[in-house]
Each structure stands twice: as structure tokens, then as C-alpha cells.
Design a protein around this ligand. Structure first.
Ligand code: ADP
Ligand code: MG
Length: 622
């Protein structure tokens, strides 16, 4: 617990203890009297603190007003002031306990809500067994360098990303991929940091430093999400103003009806606004935690609110609707060129080595053995292609229009890259751009979940775009888009079709992810880039997680709404009872505290799965 944050609460508790001793232990006399009101030490003490707290709350309220927010905190101020005026210092103290204890309660509730997120952080690998001159030395993972050798003993975590050089074992990668079946790894295979070794020790060569490794990038992402608390909740604001007005009306009516200001104070005491302030954020944090259990990292609470109401879903094509690993189909050198197929592929792949584009990655991967070191002047033009020098030849790889601005070559009817050598067209490579097995199902389910428009935004040409778009059920296919046009397509989504969600990869599609109301990045690869552009990151290579994300958001918002409405209704009923004057202010404050507890417990329900997941469409049918 963070005691610094809780100092107000502690001051109130100590003041209460001192006042208790004064009143019942020392039986202190009244210091002075105004009208019928007596002011013994305990009353003065609590009143001073009450006034100070009321002022500090008022200044917060004014800050909020400046940013256009109308919270319910004003009721708490009125409650404190009215208990001072009717001279009920114990009821006043009880309200102060509630007000200042709210943060303590919030810390506790948030702690319950984000357990999964924290367990992810605490499971981060810290130590590694480095091989130094044949001996094992325990070192910090941050000190491992590329090329170091480490030993991973049975049951131990892989410290950083690396490659098996000796030994065979199976690795549990569930914390990264969600796949519970262990995967067998032998020399040459890649290991992801955070996976857990099975039964045999293996020797690994480090291929990535800690900060670039899989698990560590996920952790960095989660940390950045925790830095943005779920404070700003539109939904709660919507209820705030009517609730405040109703409470004031009941209070004033009680005063007029009974002719006694005490009745007004009694109503104000039960009207304290905690449920609205605490439960909605707690529900959102619970929802975020539930997302992380499903391998979806959400960066802030309001994302869930927008995702739950999303009307338009836009998808990138290559690597998002289609598999994120393309298979080469044909390598075709130009008719008048004396390049062999192998040389053409080798030149193209060599120049693509630094690109993050799915096409580049796939090409480099299958050409690994024939890569040539390119010059340092490689330039990537986003959404077009790459150019640079290999073996003293100027090579361009990319779209047809990029390689051949004069339109002399005819286009092939497939996902392809075109290559030119020293300004002359040299050939093309086509890819089997295969639709993911889960794509059609995911889009169909999105419609059932309330998506009204499904768009595909691609830089690829019309024929390929239409073929794939129609196969998976996209209703709005946009092809031949430059990166700026993808952004425009999202920005120009009319208001009635919003919120708009964009799903793509975190690197190449970063600008359009930022432009969308909710940007979802697929895949942990490039997680650090995604953490800046995306609002949510799907850590596993599974498009249907978009369905889960929408479902969890809907569930969370439902819990939050039901919770806040229930709490408000209960409070209004208690206010009506207090109207008659049968609830003394002190007991009113205690009843109010019970309502708070109830609504916070309800908010934690956002973590649970709903009863009929398939019927409600909440959790993906596996
Ligand atoms: P998409 O992801 O929908 O294919 P992009 O805007 O990422 O759209 O790319 C559009 C086209 O530009 C690709 O289909 C490809 O032909 C070309 N391109 C972009 N980047 C590269 C690259 N690094 N290497 C080769 N071609 C590229
Ligand atoms: Mg793309």
C-alpha cells in the first residue's frame, strides 16, 4: 500500500481517535457556543479538518470544470458543510473517512482487478546462466550480449531470445502464445524469452538483447498501459449531473417538508458519490486484466468503452486478413535479362533485410542462405518499396509503379514485388497470399457482435484485393492505397459509423492505427513500436482475438453500467427514506459505505466470464 497517497485518510483517522478520547475519556467542556451549538475541542478539531478537506475537494472540482467535466464530488462537499452546520461532528467524521478512504479502497480494488497484469510483470526473467570459459556464471539478463552462450536448465525460463546450439528439449511457450502444448526445440531452433524449459538442459546462443526480446517487450507494453490509469470514464460522467440534481432536489424537499435543515443534511450524507467515482474505473481495470488473460494488452480503460460500441472495423490485408508469413510462388526474371531466378531472388531479398514489411520478412526468411550484404544507403518508401545498392548494382524492389514509373511492364495478377536493376526492369516474384483460416469466421462474428461496416485497406492492386476481400466477407474493399490514403479512409469515416477500429501490424500500419478511434496491432513483433501507435496489442498470431477483445469490452461495459445504475438506484431509495428523517446522519454515512462496498465488489465481476458465453457471444467459441 502506498501510504503517501493515503496521508489524508490517516489524518482523518487520527483526528477521529483524538476526538473520541476528548469526548468520552476527558469529557472536555465546550470552548464556546454559537446560538444553540456547543463547540468542544473534538468538534473544532473535526470541523477544521472537514473545512480543509472540503476546500481541497472544491479546488479539484474547479480543475475538472475547466476541462469540461462535471463530477459528483460536489455532493461530498455539500454533505461535509451541512453536517458542520447542523453540528453533527461524528457524521461529518464518517463522511471524511469515506471521502479520504475512497482512494485506499480504490487502490485495493485496483490491486484485485489487475492481478493478472502484475503477475505478468513479476514473472519477467531476471537471471541467466552465462557460459564463461566453460564455467557457468549467474548474470543479470540485461548484461547478456548478442553471441553470448547460456545454459537453460530444466524448469528454468529462457532469459532472452536466442537459438538452441546444443541439446533437445520441449518448451512451454504458453505465457507468450497461449498455446498450452509444449513445443520441441533442437539445435538451430529459436527460443523466445519467457518460455519455460521442460526436462533437459540446453545450450543457447543469445540472438537478441533483453530489451528487444519477446517477453521483455510485452512487459514494457504492460508497464506503459499501467502508467495510464482508467480515470477518465465518460459513462460515469453521464450519470453524474442527473444524480447530483436528483439528490439535491430530494434534500431540499426534505428540508422544506420538515422545516428542519437536519433532514437536508441527512439526505446529503447518504448521497455521497463513491460508487460513481470508484466502481466504473475498477470495472475497466478488471476488464483490462481479463483481456491480458486472453493475450490482449489494452493500454487504457476508455479503449474498452470505444471498442464495446465500435461500428466500423478496418483491416489491413497483408499479414492481417492473410497469413503473416507469405510463401513464394514464382520467381520470374525479365525476358531480356540474363539474371537467373536465384540471383534475382537473392538481390531482392538482400535489399529487403532491414525492412519490416511482411513481404520483406517472408522473402528474407526463405532466402537466408543466399543473402548478400547490401550498401548502407538503403531507403524504404513506406507503402511503395525499398531501394539500395547490392554488388554495385542499384536495386529497387516494390510495387509496380515504384519500380516502373513509366508503365511499360504489365502487372501480374497476384500479390507480387517487382525488381529493377540499374534502372532496368529485371523481373518479379509472386507470393501465395493465403487467407488466415480464422478470418472469415472472425468477420462473421464481428457482424453478430454489432459491426456495421467492415473495410479492407490495402496497398495491393484491385484484383488481389477483390479476390481476398470477397472470400472473407469484407463489404468495403479499398485497394491501391498509399499510407496517407489509408489514414484518410479512416479519418473520413462519417460520425454515424464511428467508433472506427483499425486492425493492422504495429510497424507498417502504425500511422493508420493512430488515426483510428481504436488501433489494434496484431502480434508481439514490434511491440515497442505498437505501444506508441496502438491502443491494444494482440500478442498471439490469431485474428479471432479481435472478437474476444470486443466481447470482453462489451461484458465490461455492461457490468460497469449495471453496477453504477444499481448503486445510484439504491442510493436514491435510501435518500427517499432519509427524507422522512428516520436515518440519523451518522448511520446514513455507514449505510452509504456499505453501498460503496457492494458496488465495488460488483465491479470486480467484470473479470468473470459471463454465464452463457456462446449465447451472449462474449467469449470465442474455440
Ligand atoms: P498491404 O499491407 O495492404 O499490402 P502496404 O501499404 O503495406 O499494403 O504495401 C503496399 C504495397 O507496396 C505492397 O503490396 C508491396 O507491393 C509494396 N511494398 C511496400 N513495402 C514494401 C517492401 N518493403 N518491399 C517490397 N514491396 C513493398
Ligand atoms: Mg501491411
Amino acid at each position: 500500500m502506498n501510504w503517501k497517497r493515503q496521508w489524508k485518510f490517516i489524518v482523518v483517522l487520527i483526528a477521529g481517535a483524538v476526538a473520541l478520547i476528548c469526548q468520552f475519556g476527558l469529557h472536555t467542556q465546550s470552548l464556546f457556543q454559537i446560538g444553540k451549538l456547543h463547540f468542544p475541542i473534538e468538534t473544532i478539531l473535526i470541523d477544521i479538518i472537514g473545512i480543509l478537506m472540503a476546500f481541497s475537494l472544491l479546488s479539484e472540482i474547479f480543475q475538472d470544470w475547466k476541462t469540461g467535466r462535471y463530477g459528483v464530488d460536489i455532493l461530498a462537499v455539500i454533505a461535509v458543510v451541512s453536517t458542520i452546520l447542523i453540528g453533527d461532528e461524528w457524521a461529518e467524521w464518517m463522511i471524511l473517512v469515506m471521502m479520504t478512504g475512497g482512494e485506499t479502497l480504490e487502490d485495493y480494488a485496483t490491486g484485485q482487478a489487475d492481478k493478472e497484469l502484475r503477475s505478468l510483470l513479476s514473472n519477467s526473467p531476471t537471471l541467466a546462466n552465462k557460459l564463461v570459459n566453460g564455467k557457468l556464471v549467474s548474470v543479470e539478463v540485461d548484461d547478456l550480449k548478442i553471441g553470448d552462450h547460456t545454459i537453460i536448465k530444466p524448469g528454468e525460463q529462457v532469459p532472452v531470445d536466442g537459438k538452441v546450439v546444443d541439446g533437445v528439449s520441449s518448451f512451454d511457450q504458453s505465457s507468450l502464445t497461449g498455446e498450452s502444448v509444449p513445443v520441441s526445440k533442437q539445435p538451430g531452433d529459436l527460443l523466445m524469452s519467457g518460455s519455460i524449459n521442460g526436462s533437459a538442459a540446453v545450450e543457447m546462443e543469445v540472438t537478441k538483447e533483453a530489451r528487444d526480446s519477446e517477453y521483455q517487450t510485452i512487459v514494457a507494453l504492460v508497464k506503459s498501459s499501467q502508467a495510464k490509469p482508467a480515470k477518465f470514464v465518460k459513462m460515469a460522467d453521464r450519470y453524474a449531473v442527473p444524480f447530483t440534481i436528483i439528490s439535491l432536489v430530494i434534500g431540499i424537499a426534505a428540508w422544506i417538508h420538515s422545516g428542519n435543515p437536519v433532514n437536508f443534511a441527512e439526505v446529503m450524507v447518504v448521497a455521497s458519490p463513491c460508487p460513481l467515482l470508484i466502481s466504473a474505473p475498477v470495472a475497466l481495470v478488471s476488464g483490462m486484466s481479463s483481456m491480458s488473460r486472453h493475450h490482449i494488452i489494452v493500454k487504457s480503460g476508455p479503449t474498452l468503452e470505444k471498442l464495446a460500441n465500435a461500428k466500423t472495423f478496418a483491416f489491413d490485408k497483408t499479414g492481417t486478413l492473410t497469413e503473416n508469413q507469405l510463401v513464394i510462388d514464382q520467381v520470374v526474371p525479365a525476358a531480356n535479362s540474363d539474371l537467373s531466378q536465384e540471383k534475382l531472388q537473392s538481390y531482392a531479398a538482400s535489399i529487403e533485410q532491414q525492412s519490416n514489411h511482411i513481404i520483406a520478412n517472408s522473402l528474407v526468411k526463405v532466402t537466408a542462405k543466399k543473402l548478400i550484404k547490401p550498401s548502407d544507403d538503403i531507403k524504404e518508401i513506406t507503402g511503395e518499396g525499398v531501394e539500395g545498392t547490392v554488388e554495385n548494382h542499384a536495386v529497387k524492389v516494390g510495387k509496380l509503379s515504384f519500380v516502373d514509373p513509366n508503365n511499360q511492364i504489365t502487372r501480374v495478377n497476384a500479390t507480387a514485388v517487382y525488381i529493377s536493376l540499374d534502372g532496368k526492369y529485371a523481373g518479379y516474384i509472386t507470393f501465395k497470399d493465403q487467407v488466415r483460416p480464422e478470418t472469415a469466421g472472425t468477420l462473421a462474428r464481428l457482424r453478430r457482435q454489432g459491426a456495421e461496416h467492415i473495410m479492407m485497406l490495402t496497398g495491393d492492386h484491385k484484383d488481389v484485393a477483390d479476390k481476398i476481400g470477397q472470400a472473407v466477407g469484407v463489404d468495403d474493399i479499398r485497394h491501391d492505397l498509399l499510407p496517407a490514403e489509408k489514414i484518410a479512409a479512416i479519418k473520413n469515416t462519417p460520425k454515424e459509423n464511428r467508433p472506427v477500429v483499425m486492425v493492422g501490424d504495429g510497424v507498417n500500419d502504425a500511422p493508420s492505427l493512430t488515426a483510428a478511434d481504436v488501433g489494434i496491432a496484431m502480434g508481439a513483433k514490434g511491440a515497442s513500436a505498437a505501444s506508441e501507435s496502438a491502443d491494444a496489442v494482440i500478442m498471439v498470431n490469431d485474428l479471432s482475438k479481435v472478437n474476444d477483445a470486443v466481447a470482453i469490452s462489451k461484458h465490461t461495459m455492461k457490468v460497469a453500467n449495471v453496477d453504477v445504475l444499481t448503486a445510484i438506484s439504491v442510493v436514491i431509495i435510501i435518500e427517499l427514506i432519509a427524507f422522512t428523517g428516520v436515518i440519523p446522519a451518522f448511520w446514513g454515512a455507514i449505510i452509504q459505505e456499505c453501498v460503496d462496498m457492494m458496488s465495488i465488489s460488483l465491479a470486480l465481476l467484470a473479470k468473470t466470464k459471463p454465464k452463457n458465453p456462446k449465447q451472449t457471444g462474449i467469449i470465442a467459441e474455440k
